[in-house]
Design a protein around this ligand. Structure first.
Ligand SMILES: [Zn+2]
Length: 361
C-alpha cells in the first residue's frame, strides 16, 4: 500500500474530498511531484455523479481524481529516459488487450477495456506525488513551459483530431486552388479551453477561423481571439454570420440542435468534428433533407476522443510555439489557480473561467 495526500471521489457516485489516503501501489518506479492539475468537465461530472461510466480501481472504494497534469521527476528510479528535475506529463489512457491497445493506440480501444487515470479504474494525478512507468510519461521539452504544460492533455486531443481531419480531408482536394487552406473556413462551437485550442490549431493551418457561442464573451477571451487571429461571433445576435458556408465545424458543446444548425451550412466535402459531450442535451431531429445534403455534398460527421502518446509530443511542440510567441496570451487560458484543499472548484464555475488549475507545489 502507498500513502497519498490528494483529492478523491467515489466513482460513479460522486463527491470530492481532500485528505490523506492509502491506495494500492502505483505501477512504475519513476516518482513524480505533481505541480499542476487541470480541472475539466469530466472531473466536475464525476464529482456531481453524472458520469455513470466512471468506476473505482479494483479493490478500492474511491478514485483519486485528475487526468490533466504536469509534474517534476523527483526520482527517476530505473528509468534511463528521465533525470531528476525533468518536467513530465502523464498519459491518461492505459491499454487493455485489444489490437489497438497493443500497438499504443489505446485512444482507439476497440473493446472499451482500457483504463483512464482519474476516471475509469485507475487513480488520477490530483495528489502531491505519484509513481509511473517511463512508457506513460512524456517529457516536457522546455522548463519554461512549467506554468502552461498542464494544457498538454487538452491539446493532445486536438492533435489527434487533426490526424483524423487529415485522413478524412483526403477524400477530395480539400485545399484551395493555391494549395493552401487560406480560402477555407473553420467554425468552432463553444468558448471553453478545448474550443480555443481547436481554433488555434485550425488557424495555424491557415483556415479563416471563428469561435462562436450564443452569448457575448469577456475581454480576456476577446484578447486571446485577437492574438491568435480568431474571429469571435455571438450567433444569438448574428445568425447569418456563417451563411456563406463552412468547410470544417468543430463542436465542443455536444448540443444536437446547435450542431445541426452549423452542419446545414457546410460546403461541399465539408466535415463536422464532434468532440464535446452532453448526455443531457435536448434531442434534435435529423430530416431527409439533412441526409440528402450529406450524400450530395460528400459530407462527413465524425467523433474523436483522446489521443496517443505521439499526440502528447505534438501537443507539447504546439504549446511551446504558442507560448513562446512575443507577448503570447497562452497562459491567459488558465484563468484561476486553486489550492488542493479548495474542492469548491468542482462545483462552482466562474463565468470568466476558461481553464481552472489546481496548484500542488
Ligand atoms: Zn483496448
Amino acid at each position: 500500500m502507498q500513502k497519498i495526500e490528494g483529492i478523491i471521489t467515489n466513482a460513479p457516485k460522486g463527491g470530492a474530498t481532500y485528505g490523506n489516503y492509502q491506495i494500492e501501489n502505483d505501477t512504475g518506479d519513476v516518482e513524480v511531484q505533481t505541480l499542476y492539475t487541470g480541472v475539466c468537465g469530466t472531473d466536475r461530472g464525476m464529482v456531481a455523479g453524472h458520469l455513470q461510466f466512471a468506476y473505482n480501481p479494483e479493490n478500492q472504494e474511491f478514485t483519486v481524481l485528475g487526468h490533466e497534469a504536469v509534474g517534476r521527476v523527483i526520482d527517476p528510479g530505473s528509468s534511463r529516459l528521465f533525470r531528476k528535475g525533468d518536467l513530465v506529463v502523464p498519459v491518461v489512457r492505459r491499454p487493455g488487450d485489444c489490437v489497438n491497445c497493443r500497438i499504443g493506440r489505446q485512444d482507439n480501444c476497440s473493446d472499451g477495456k482500457k483504463h483512464e487515470a482519474g476516471i475509469t479504474g485507475k487513480n488520477g494525478f490530483m495528489r502531491s506525488t505519484f509513481f509511473d512507468t517511463e512508457e506513460y510519461l512524456v517529457k516536457v521539452p522546455d522548463q519554461s513551459m512549467k506554468d502552461y504544460a498542464v494544457l498538454t492533455e487538452p491539446t493532445k486531443n486536438v492533435m489527434k483530431a487533426m490526424e483524423v481531419f487529415r485522413k478524412i480531408s483526403e477524400r477530395s482536394i480539400f485545399t484551395g486552388e493555391d494549395s493552401t487552406y487560406g480560402s477555407k473556413r473553420c467554425v468552432v462551437i463553444g468558448t471553453g479551453p478545448e474550443a480555443y485550442l481547436y481554433a488555434m490549431a485550425f488557424s495555424d493551418l491557415g483556415f479563416s477561423t471563428s469561435i462562436t457561442n450564443r452569448h457575448t464573451v469577456d475581454d480576456n477571451r476577446l484578447n486571446i481571439c485577437k492574438f491568435f487571429n480568431l474571429q469571435f461571433v455571438d450567433y444569438s445576435t448574428n445568425e447569418k454570420a456563417f451563411d456563406s458556408g463552412i468547410d470544417v465545424v468543430v463542436d465542443t458543446s455536444g448540443d444536437p440542435g446547435t450542431i445541426l444548425k452549423f452542419y446545414r451550412k457546410l460546403n461541399y466535402n465539408g466535415m463536422v468534428m464532434l468532440f464535446g459531450t452532453n448526455g443531457k442535451a435536448q434531442p434534435s431531429e435529423i430530416s431527409g433533407v439533412d441526409i440528402d445534403l450529406m450524400i450530395e455534398r460528400n459530407l462527413t460527421i465524425f467523433g474523436t476522443v483522446d489521443a496517443a502518446k505521439i499526440h502528447y509530443v505534438q501537443a507539447l511542440e504546439k504549446l511551446s510555439r504558442w507560448g513562446s510567441l512575443p507577448n503570447s496570451p497562452l497562459k491567459k487560458l488558465i484563468t484561476g489557480l486553486y489550492n488542493p484543499q479548495d474542492t469548491t472548484v468542482f462545483t462552482r464555475r466562474n463565468p470568466t473561467e476558461i481553464k481552472a488549475v489546481i496548484k500542488w507545489e
